[in-house]
Design a protein around this ligand. Sequence first.
Ligand code: GAR
Length: 221
Amino acid sequence: MPTSKLPIVILISGSGSNLQAIIDATGKDKLPVDIRAVISNRPDAGGLQRASRAQLHTAVIDHTQFHDRETFGAALSQCIDNFEPKLVVLAGFMRLLTDDFVNHYSGRILNIHPSLLPAFKGLNTHVRALAAFKEGTVKKHGASVHFVTAELDGGPVILQARLPITQNDSPETLATRVLKREHQIYPQAIRWFAEDRLCLQGNQVWLDGRVLNTPVVVDHS
Ligand code: GAR
């Protein structure tokens, strides 16, 4: 197991509760990462305040200041690379990334998505999961940590938290329950990577020296 901390950069767009879970895990759970910077594409992202409170370096690369995704992606990766991270962590980062960007970080970029991928890629996952539950086609929902590839929300999945949908759920209650589990599985997957237990080779996830044919699933009631 490596003795030094893994340098990481975290990208956010919003409230940054997953960022907070990672920050907290570096303290109480001794997650062995050095958060070199938190970068937002939105100047008003609440997560920037969380980062400042934790005395982390912050930067904003405002996507509205760029003509296209390519120039935005190039500026973003230049900013990231200044901090020389070994892992880039997307924590509620809500911009589409170019193939060039994703390929540049191949095997060292993770994302968390609020669904049991491959179900419900894209936006409004809780609304769609609940609708599917009411149609009788889906019973469970959750969140997935995956390596990022050029296909949106399509990279190999590492770890999932799964929970039952109930008759009483609304999109809001579902979102709250899923988010709570996101805060557990994201630090866990980052720990595996930081401890050299997790990697991507080609399109295959390796964990503890074995190919992961299906994601690790943590079930909750
Ligand atoms: C989280 O639910 C995360 O899974 C989702 O955005 C939220 C960010 O919350 N990400 C995506 O939908 C990416 N496709 P946070 O800012 O409180 O961490």
